[in-house]
Design a protein around this ligand. Sequence first.
Ligand SMILES: [Zn+2]
Length: 308
Amino acid sequence: MLLLTKGPDCQEFLVDDDDNKRDFGHIILKLEYMWTCTSFVLGNGQVMFLIIYACLSLLGLFQSPIFYSMQLLDIINRFPSLTNVIKAITVNKNQLLMTAMLELILIWIYCVLLFTFFFDHYFNDDIQYNANEKGDTVCRSLFHCYMSTLNFGLRAGGGIGDFLPSNSYFNDSKAVYYLRAANDLSFFLIIIVMFFNIIFGIIIDTFASLRDEKAQMDDDMRNICFICSIDRQSIDKDSEEGFVHHIKKEHNLWQYVFFIIHLNTKDDTDYNGTESFVADKLVQEDISWFPFNKAICLEKEKYLISDK
Ligand SMILES: [Zn+2]
């Protein structure tokens, strides 16, 4: 606890004042502290980005120039709208991964059934096995079968039925024909139609909601005063100078920031009444000193000194 709140340099760890020797106690505590520090640094996306960028540069320099091409992905980091595109995938990554996992399991079940009953159907004419033979089986083992089902089944628009050769109604036994038909059709409906569209739906939905959120945020930034939260319309209607004058002169965001910095740098014994009031509120993380929903420009008559 001391390590987390006061850091490794605090007085409590000093064993010998002259040698400046420190004792953190148990080795596990020491390791835990190191781990917390490292994970904090690595948890920062910008640090992680720079580490990956440096690694790619070194690999490009010493291994192969191929790695330089990946550095073009830096563009994602530079444009916020591209970051949104990536976010559309990463925000729901658990949901997407779980859906993909379920899909892989379903394909595995299909693969086991196909391997058991239609082992000999896995044949691709396009592969040149050797000079004399045209075509080769793409199902030499269960795993090979799985890879083929994944690779050809997912890429074919109609599922695995598009890839496997169709069987004859007359030559094969009727059972084989009906089983293949049921298998091909259900693969197409479940894997290609349902699961692919669920994954697309998740990504597109997230993208749309991120875009709406950003539009809403931009609209807020343009049309609502950051300090008092009064909207542009009310200020334009009821004040003399209008909204732009209000956010530039009356409720200038940066003047508030400068005031807080001024309080932090000023000696607290020199504070005047207002300053010590605001400094107290800042310590308590209380924002009630902001003129929330209040603006002098809207209540002029209240503050005007009457001539009478
Ligand atoms: Zn305001």
